[in-house]
Design a protein around this ligand. Structure first.
Ligand SMILES: [Zn+2]
Length: 160
């Protein structure tokens, strides 16, 4: 999988997975990326994209990837591509539809979820391994071929 918004670092500010939402007790099921309205949102992996709307997530896209895995992209302003999509395809533009936690300093952002086996996964861990590791741990982590591919895909987006 690749980052849904490749033009910002994955460590950018935004509500992380598992954080309590808006003073409530329900944990945050995804990862928020702070991006301006109109930022291109890319499919994290190939699959079948469908659109939906909810009061919380506003306009959103779900991509089913097979093997019980799906990704969700919320608070969108505009849908670009549905149906069969490839990894990296621009599927939508980010926005601020739905409930956006303005009281906590959040405004426009992309809400991104990864589901596997019926459970919401932490995108940071699922896509990149732990984002907290440093030094020797980081060196060994970086030798992981899957992570190298993810980083390569990300840097291609960053520097192309
Ligand atoms: Zn969110």
């Amino acid at each position: 999988m690749i980052a849904p918004v490749g033009n910002i670092p994955v460590t950018s500010p935004g509500q992380r997975f598992g954080a309590p939402r808006d003073g409530g007790s329900r944990p945050h099921k995804g990862r928020d990326y702070s991006v301006r309205v109109g930022t291109p949102v890319q499919a994290a992996d190939s699959g079948t994209a469908t659109e939906g709307y909810s009061g919380g997530m506003g306009k959103y896209v779900t991509i089913t990837h097979g093997s019980g895995c799906k990704t969700v992209y919320g608070h969108l302003s505009q849908i670009i591509k549905l149906g069969r999509v490839n990894a990296g395809d621009v599927i939508a533009l980010s926005g601020n539809t739905g409930k956006n936690y303005k009281g906590e300093g959040y405004s426009a952002h992309l809400h991104f979820e990864i589901w596997a086996d019926g459970q919401a996964q932490d995108p940071d861990t699922y896509m990149y391994g732990s984002s907290q590791v440093q030094g020797d741990d980081l060196t060994s982590l970086l030798s992981d071929p899957e992570l190298q591919r993810a980083i390569q895909a990300l840097s291609q987006t960053l520097y192309s």
